[in-house]
Design a protein around this ligand. Structure first.
Ligand SMILES: NC(=O)c1ccc[n+]([C@@H]2O[C@H](COP(=O)([O-])OP(=O)(O)OC[C@H]3O[C@@H](n4cnc5c(N)ncnc54)[C@H](OP(=O)(O)O)[C@@H]3O)[C@@H](O)[C@H]2O)c1
Length: 251
C-alpha cells in the first residue's frame, strides 16, 4: 500500500457516497491516511484520489474481499463501519426476505466481518478507534421499517458488546446514531425511485453527510483516554423516526 508510514491510517467503509465519503474527506483533512472502501470502483477511486488516500474496491458482504483488505493494510488506527443502508418499506406481513437478507448482510455481518478482520491491527496500533454508524433505527422502530430497524438494533448490539470485550485493550468504541441525513440512502431504499426518495425530505431540513462527518472527526481527535460511547444526531426538524416537521412547499 502506498501510504506515508508516519501517518495514522483510517479505514472508512462505504466511502464512495454520503456519510462515508464526507467522513473520508474530514479524516484526511485531519491528517489521517484514509483507506476508502466501497463496491463502485470509479467513485471510490475518485474520492481516494481527491484526498491522497487509498481506494480499495471491496464488498463488505464478501469474506474473501474483506480478508484481502486486511492483508494489504500494514497499520490501522481508526475503523469507521459505515457501509450499510435500507431496502424497502414493507410491513412484516409482506416482508421481502431478500431485502432483509441484504440489510442483515450489509449492516450486521459486514460490520462483523470488517471489524473482526481489522481488530488485531487496531489493537496493535496502541490507540485504536472503532466508529460504527448505526441509526436512530438502532433503538426506535417504525411501521414498515422492521427489516432495517432489526438490522440496526443488531449492528448496535454487536458494537456495544465489543466495548465490554475490549475493556483493558487500547481500542475505543463510538456508536454514531443519525436521524435523517440527505444522502443516497432513500434512493437505495426505494430502488432508484427519485421522486419517492425526494419526498422523504420534503418540507423539512435534513442533516447533511458533512454534519455527521464533522462529529466523527471530533471523536477521532479526542485524546486516547476519552471514549465517546454514543452520539445521537437528528435534524432540529425531527423528534423521532416518525415525528417530524412538514412545512408547506416554498417556506
Ligand atoms: N441517510 C440517513 O438518513 C441515515 C440515517 C441513519 C443511519 N444511516 C446509515 O449511515 C450509513 C451510510 O449511509 P448513507 O446515508 O451515507 O447512504 P449512501 O449515500 O447510500 O451510502 C452508502 C455507502 O455504503 C456503501 N455500501 C453499500 N453496500 C456496501 C457493501 N456491500 N460493501 C461495501 N460498501 C457498501 C455504498 O457504496 P457502493 O454502493 O459503492 O458499495 C455507499 O458508499 C449506513 O450504514 C446507513 O444505514 C443513514
Amino acid at each position: 500500500m502506498t501510504s506515508d508510514s508516519q501517518k495514522r491510517v483510517a479505514v472508512v467503509t462505504g466511502a464512495s457516497a454520503g456519510i462515508g465519503e464526507a467522513t473520508a474527506k474530514t479524516l484526511a483533512a485531519q491528517g489521517f491516511h484514509v483507506v476508502a472502501v466501497a463496491r463502485r470502483a470509479e467513485r471510490v477511486t475518485a474520492v481516494a484520489d481527491e484526498i491522497g488516500g487509498t481506494a480499495v474496491v471491496a464488498d463488505v458482504t464478501d469474506e474473501s474481499a474483506v480478508d484481502a483488505l486486511a492483508r494489504q493494510l500494514h497499520r490501522v488506527d481508526v475503523l469507521v463501519n459505515n457501509a450499510g443502508g435500507a431496502k424497502g418499506l414493507e410491513p412484516v406481513a409482506e416482508a421481502d426476505v431478500e431485502h432483509w437478507r441484504w440489510m442483515w448482510e450489509t449492516n450486521v455481518l459486514g460490520t462483523l466481518r470488517v471489524t473482526r478482520a481489522l481488530l488485531p491491527k487496531l489493537i496493535a496500533s496502541g490507540d485504536g478507534l472503532i466508529v460504527t454508524v448505526t441509526s436512530i433505527a438502532a433503538f426506535e422502530i417504525y411501521d414498515g421499517g422492521s427489516g432495517y430497524t432489526a438490522a440496526k438494533h443488531a449492528q448496535s448490539a454487536l458494537h456495544r458488546t465489543l466495548r465490554g470485550e475490549l475493556l483493558g485493550k487500547p481500542v475505543r468504541l463510538t456508536e454514531i446514531a443519525p436521524g435523517m441525513v440527505h444522502t443516497e440512502f432513500s434512493l437505495v431504499r426505494f430502488d432508484g425511485d427519485r421522486q419517492r426518495a425526494d419526498a422523504v425530505y420534503a418540507g423539512m431540513t435534513p442533516l447533511t453527510a458533512t454534519d455527521i462527518a464533522e462529529v466523527i472527526g471530533f471523536v477521532a481527535t479526542r485524546p486516547p483516554h476519552v471514549n465517546v460511547d454514543q452520539i445521537v444526531i437528528r435534524p432540529r426538524d425531527q423528534a423521532t423516526a416518525t415525528r417530524r416537521v412538514t412545512r408547506p412547499a416554498g417556506r
